[in-house]
Design a protein around this ligand. Structure first.
Ligand code: ZN
Length: 129
């Protein structure tokens, strides 16, 4: 297993980690199989979406903040319920097809680490089998 570190600089952010994930997969030295990208955090997530137009990510975050407001009479005393909810909406993991030692992604697809309670130092595990 490889572990990436991601430092986020904002409360919410989507950070393109595609090249780091691809390098982690390469280091696993398994040409063909499945890669699991796993975020071991309860206020972050991972997703795949477009990386060609940066306004796509901006719109996703804007709408997520409307759907799950930062304050809404939540009971969780830590004050970050919105981040926990967004984390579950996005989910903690992705499965990628690995072919020729590389992740198979569509032309416009990128792997994004999703920060919902930053800024923080985060980890992303990548395993290939
Ligand atoms: Zn919490």
């Amino acid at each position: 297993m490889q572990t990436l570190t991601v430092s986020t600089r904002a409360r919410v952010a989507m950070i393109d980690i595609t090249s780091a994930v691809a390098e982690a997969i390469r280091q696993e030295k398994i040409a063909d199989g499945l890669a699991v990208v796993f975020v071991p955090h309860t206020t972050a997530g991972v997703t795949i979406n477009e990386n060609a137009d940066p306004t796509v990510v901006r719109d996703i975050l804007t709408e997520m903040n409307k759907m799950v407001p930062f304050e809404d009479g939540y009971h969780h005393s830590e004050g970050n319920s919105a981040a926990h909810i967004k984390s579950s909406v996005f989910g903690p993991s992705l499965t990628l097809i690995v072919s020729g030692g590389r992740p198979v992604l569509g032309t416009w697809q990128a792997v994004y680490f999703c920060e919902f309670d930053g800024p923080r130092h985060r980890k992303v595990h990548v395993a290939v089998r």
